[in-house]
Design a protein around this ligand. Sequence first.
Ligand SMILES: Cc1cc2nc3c(=O)[nH]c(=O)nc-3n(C[C@H](O)[C@H](O)[C@H](O)COP(=O)(O)O)c2cc1C
Length: 185
Amino acid sequence: MNIVSISGSPSLRSRSSWLLRLAQTRLESQARNTTTIAVRELPPQALLHADAKAEPIRHALDQLADADLVIVATPIYKAAYSGVLKLFLDLLPPDALRGKTVLPLATGGTIAHLLALDYALKPVLSVLGARDILDGVFATDDQLVPHESGGYAPNDILVARLDRALQPLIPRINATRREVAISAL
Ligand SMILES: Cc1cc2nc3c(=O)[nH]c(=O)nc-3n(C[C@H](O)[C@H](O)[C@H](O)COP(=O)(O)O)c2cc1C
């Protein structure tokens, strides 16, 4: 399985990016190749001007085209996904996600915005052709406790929800390995 992940946080130390890494780790046994597109590292000018021909953007789009599984991770900003992520999604060609499995992930300060994945992000994934969308996983900040390693310690319920979302891809996920789970990004 070729896994391409899109990290939509503008933050360097990012909970949503860390959750994305945790998902990648859980999928290790299934992955032929794992790539992460960090939108914050793409050239801002090209993103703002929707310049899909800029080399780093073209490279990211090529990577996405080859994906079997696309993991999309975002922080919740103002009850929706991040603007940084939207800039990247707007550059994708129509049907960019057709035929791919998509896993949406989000972190937010409040459980009140749990449904942002469903009412904000999923319609965009759908318009891009995604038909096989796995259960979204939303984590609140207090479910990802900062760890001295620079990473986060996820609570057990969150790991169980993530594994359940990944179940269609891995019939039997390995037992939780917390030393992996709390390592730095
Ligand atoms: C500008 C801004 C707006 C935010 N708006 C919301 C919000 O509407 N709802 C929410 O649950 N959390 C909100 N948060 C909190 C973040 O979603 C939360 O801390 C998230 O885990 C950050 O993810 P990141 O570390 O990957 O950037 C906001 C944070 C910022 C900086």
